[in-house]
Every structure is written in structure tokens, then in C-alpha cells.
Design a protein around this ligand. Structure first.
Ligand code: TEU
Ligand code: CA
Length: 531
């Protein structure tokens, strides 16, 4: 079918979106009850984080049955209903495809442990571990029945052995199962690390010792080509890969149409610009680094999957904006940038109302396995408790996982939410923003409509025009229009030497005169028709 450039994607983290039966856990019926809201945004595709059966060591990214729904989220009947109700509204659904690893509670792993002839090589076993380390910190091997198995994530997430052709067959079968149900495609979890070329010791590194043996290997490309030609191309599908540590050229190797692999990928490059020295205990945001990084990807990569948030990242308004004095302005600024860029925009639940980082006052309030593992690792590195806790407040994945803020009381559940609700739901919530024409929510809606209306948003070229410490200006052009996107990331106003061309199409600060002074967190898009 080829790449569809028109789509806008909305990501749902089912556990935190809407609870229908008061057990404090979001569920599928909850999502169905909010489909009209999702439709009202104007998005085309819903990406559901995993809803499969799982013991939830990593909130569903540890799957124990790919063809069953986690009972906490509902039944297969509910899922079928979600697919059909969404389809009635013209919304397509993509699911998370987690095939680097399963849960250790998956039947395949249980049989593998017992040495079952069919399953013994489904996972990666060794008599003695190598020196590889895991994404969550610490060693990547654990022991069961006297043998070691590889897990690049938690010890309850054993890595599948993609050298085994039965694994390929079983996963293809899973994909067909869901595509036959009417699923539009997949977001492929950590897809560029699935193929382990060798199990030799790796070069010692601060993070991810061993990665040269499994990162972006030729075997991974071969697997993707097979999934594409043997399964995906038989349907009308959409795929986005989550790919760690890729360069623009590695990204192109995964997405250029003639390669026949993925439609687009999520890169982490712009998520790393505020991390210094060591991934976990120091961050500093310098806007210019973001502008440089985004420009480079815009210029060099065939087509980008643009995002500022997901279930693994802190909230963008807290991270790149100012969630105190300029909450509304900076949330809209980020929205303007996201929709101004060339590529497919992804909105993560709550981003459209400017949800902020969580309000966590004690380590016990965090539920995320990664957060606790990194906190512990920091202790080993001798980092004081206070600093570690502060860092977790800033960077924990739970910041993005707090319950969706539907109304002044939260409105996510009438029970006890599984993760602490941010008390700022009292003033940051959907209900209130529905009633205000100039809310963040209605700003997102406007941007989505503009993107649909003007071809240049979707197909126009990209050219960076100005990058200063705080200000980013770029041009998008097609045969009929030029767009100028201006984003100012600062608490201070700034006068710039520039003659703006065209008319204001949208701006986050309704002004009388749009002169050369950019106010704090101001964003504008000018449009100019070509004669
Ligand atoms: O994330 C992969 C990944 O690289 C993250 O672990 C990331 O490094 C980290 O969260 C940043 O803080 C995917 C899923 O999105 C994540 O939720 C899962 O935990 C992980 O894979 C394992 O399936
Ligand atoms: Ca529930």
C-alpha cells in the first residue's frame, strides 16, 4: 500500500486512560466510552500500548499470551467491540508488537525451561553468562534450573531466539491473528535489537555492554523484510518501529520504501538531548540542541515519526516547557512545533491538555520497574538518596503514566487509581478545556484541522531558517504555499531581526500586532500563498 502521510496518531496507555469498572485500572470498555472524544480530536489512528495477557512486571510489555486479552483490561469480546466501534468512527487501531522478548510466564518459556524439544531453543540459553548489561541497568542474565537466559529488559522478560525458525512462524501467526481481526498494523517494540548475531562478551560500556552484538544487525533487517513480505503486505497496514540508538542513516535503512521493512521509526535522538554524562542522574535542557537535532532528522531522514511524549518519557511541558508560569503557552508551543514538522505526528494521551509530570513525594509512590531498578543502580554508583529521588521525580516513566485527567476530580476512576493521580487535575482537565475555545485541547484540534486542510503541512519540504539559543524558525513549502513556523523557547521576550512573510495562520498568543518581539514561549505559523 505504501506510506500514508495524512495520518495523525493518538497513543493510549490503557492502564491509565479510563476505568470502566471502578477497580482503579483503565480498561477496554473505558476506551470505548471515550471514542467520541478521540474522534472529536480529529485523529485517524489509535495506538494501543499492550493489552495482551501479562503478569505486568513491565505493565504489559511482558506478554504471557499474544492471543489473549489481559483480564484486567477486559475480554476478547471487548477488544472486538473496540475494533468495530473505532472503525464505525473511521478510526484505525494499531497494536504494540513486542517480539524481542516475552514474559517468563509465557507457555513457550515454561516449556523452554523444561527442555521441551520444540521450545528449548525459543530463548537464549547459556551455561555461563557473558558480560552484557540490561536496558534497566544491571546484568542481562538470570538463572533458572542451573542455566542462564538472556533478558535485555527485566528478568521477567526473557529474549526470544530469532535464530529459531519456529519463533518466526509463531510470531507471524500472531500478527495474522490480529490483522485478521481488523487491526491496521503495529508499533514494533525495540525492534532493532531483536537479532543477536553472537553471544560473545561486549566491549565494556557505561550503558549496554554487549550492544555491538545485537544492535541494528543485518539479521534484524532480514527478519523485518520477511515480516513485511510474508505477512504485512498481504494486508493494508501501517508500521512504526521503536528503534533505540539509531542514526539518521540507520533510520533510512529501516524505512526507505525499496527496503521493504517499516513505514517509519521512533528515534530517541531528541529524547537524549537533555541527558548529560550519564543517562539517569543529570539532565539539562538547552533548546538549541533540540532545534539542531530535529533539523538534522528533518533534513536527512525520509519520513519521521514525530513525538515529544509517550509512556516512557516525562511530560514534554514539564521537560521542554515551563509547566508553572507558562503552562498553557508552552504546551501550545510544543504542539505548534510538533505539527509544524514534516512527518507523522503522534500525540500521547493527556498531551492534548498539557498534562504535567506526576506529583510523587516518596519512592513508594512509583510503580514502574525501570524507575526502581535505576534508583537501586544509582545507590551502587554511590549517588546520594536525595539526588536519586529528585532525578526519578524528573525522569521516571510514571510521570507519563498518571491517570488521564478528565475532570476536576480526575474522572479516571471511581475507585482507587493504580498510580497516584496528579492533584493538578483540579485545573488541568478535559472538561474544563472543552468549554474554553482557547484551551490547549482546542488548540490541538485546530492544528489537526489545519494539517488536514493544507497539503503543505503534510507534504511540504523542510528548511531551517533560524536557530538561536532560544528560537527556532523553519519553512515548509510546496507548489502552492510556504509555511513559516516560529517557536520561542524562553521565559523572556526576545526581539529578532526578521521580516515575517505571509499571514498569521495560527498563534499561541492572540496579539494585536505580530511584530519582531517574541513573547515568552510564543509560537506562530505564517502562511503565504504562492502566486
Ligand atoms: O522501550 C524500550 C526502551 O528503550 C525503554 O526501555 C527506554 O530505554 C526507557 O524506557 C527510557 O526510560 C520499550 C517500551 O516502550 C517500554 O515501555 C518497555 O519497558 C520496553 O520496550 C521493554 O519492552
Ligand atoms: Ca478497570
Amino acid at each position: 500500500m505504501g506510506l500514508n502521510r495524512d495520518l495523525v496518531v493518538y497513543q493510549i496507555y490503557p492502564r491509565s486512560f479510563k476505568d470502566n469498572n471502578s477497580d482503579g485500572i483503565g480498561d477496554i470498555l473505558g476506551i470505548i466510552s471515550k471514542l467520541d472524544y478521540i474522534k472529536s480530536l480529529g485523529v485517524d489512528v489509535l495506538w494501543l500500548s499492550p493489552v495482551y495477557k501479562s503478569p505486568n512486571d513491565d505493565n504489559g510489555y511482558d506478554i504471557s499470551d499474544y492471543k489473549a486479552i489481559n483480564p484486567e483490561f477486559g475480554s476478547m469480546k471487548d477488544m472486538d467491540k473496540l475494533i468495530s466501534e473505532a472503525s464505525l468512527r473511521g478510526i484505525k487501531i494499531i497494536m504494540d508488537l513486542v517480539i524481542n522478548h516475552t514474559s517468563d510466564e509465557h507457555e513457550w518459556f515454561k516449556k523452554s525451561v523444561l527442555g521441551d524439544p520444540k521450545y528449548k531453543d525459543y530463548y537464549i540459553w547459556k551455561d555461563k553468562p557473558n558480560n552484557w548489561t540490561s536496558f534497566f541497568g544491571g546484568k542481562a542474565w538470570d538463572q533458572v534450573n542451573g542455566k542462564y537466559y538472556l533478558h535485555l529488559f527485566s528478568k521477567k522478560q526473557p529474549d526470544l531466539n530469532w535464530h529459531n525458525s519456529d519463533v518466526m512462524n509463531d510470531i507471524q501467526d500472531v500478527m495474522k491473528f490480529w490483522l485478521d481481526k481488523g487491526i491496521y498494523g503495529f508499533r514494533c517494540d525495540v525492534i532493532n535489537i531483536i537479532f543477536k548475531t553472537s553471544l560473545e562478551n561486549g566491549k565494556k560500556r557505561f550503558v549496554l555492554t554487549g550492544k555491538e552484538h545485537y544492535h541494528q544487525q543485518e539479521g534484524m533487517h532480514e527478519i523485518l523484510k520477511r515480516l513485511r513480505t510474508e505477512v504485512l503486505d498481504k494486508y493494508n497496514t501501517f508500521t512504526v518501529g521503536e528503534t533505540v540508538m539509531v542514526t539518521p542513516s540507520q533510520a533510512n535503512d529501516l524505512i526507505l520504501p525499496f527496503r521493504n521493512e517499516l513505514d517509519m521509526i521512533f528515534s530517541f535522538a531528541h529524547m537524549e538531548i537533555d541527558q548529560i554524562n550519564n543517562k539517569w542522574f543529570k539532565t539539562k535542557f538547552k533548546p538549541k540542541k533540540l532545534f539542531d537535532c530535529l533539523s538534522r532528522w528533518q533534513e536527512e531522514v525520509y519520513w519521521n515519526a514525530n513525538y515529544f511524549e509517550n509512556h516512557d518519557q516525562p511530560r514534554s511541558v514539564s521537560r521542554f516547557g515551563n509547566d508553572v508560569e507558562y503552562h498553557i503557552e508552552s504546551a501550545k508551543l510544543l504542539a505548534t512545533l510538533l505539527f509544524g514538522l514534516k512527518g507523522t505526528p503522534y500525540i500521547y494521551q493527556g498531551q492534548e491538555i498539557g498534562m504535567t509530570n506526576g506529583y510523587f513525594v516518596d519512592m513508594s509512590e512509583f510503580k514502574d520497574t525501570e524507575t526502581h531498578q535505576i534508583y537501586k543502580l544509582g545507590k551502587k554508583l554511590g549517588i546520594p538518596k536525595k539526588i536519586r529521588f529528585k532525578m526519578m521525580q524528573k525522569t521516571s516513566r510514571d510521570n507519563a503514566r498518571t491517570p488521564m485527567q478528565w475532570n476536576h476530580n480526575g474522572g479516571f476512576t471511581s475507585g482507587n487509581p493504580w498510580l497516584k493521580q496528579n492533584p493538578n487535575c483540579a485545573h488541568i482537565n478535559v472538561l474544563e478545556q472543552e468549554s474554553k475555545p482557547d484551551s490547549i485541547l482546542n488548540y490541538y484540534r485546530k492544528l489537526i484541522q489545519l494539517r488536514k486542510k493544507y497539503h503543505v503541512f503534510r507534504y511540504g519540504s523542510f528548511e531551517a531558517i533560524l536557530k538561536t539559543k532560544t528560537t527556532f524558525m523553519f519553512k515548509r513549502s510546496n507548489d502552492t504555499h510556504d509555511l513559516y513556523v516560529i517557536c520561542h523557547f524562553s521565559n523572556k521576550s526576545k526581539k529578532i531581526n526578521h521580516v515575517f512573510e505571509g499571514d498569521i495562520l495560527i498563534s499561541n498568543l492572540p496579539k494585536k500586532v505580530y511584530d519582531n518581539v517574541l513573547s515568552p514561549y510564543e509560537a506562530r505559523i505564517y502562511i503565504k500563498e504562492k502566486k
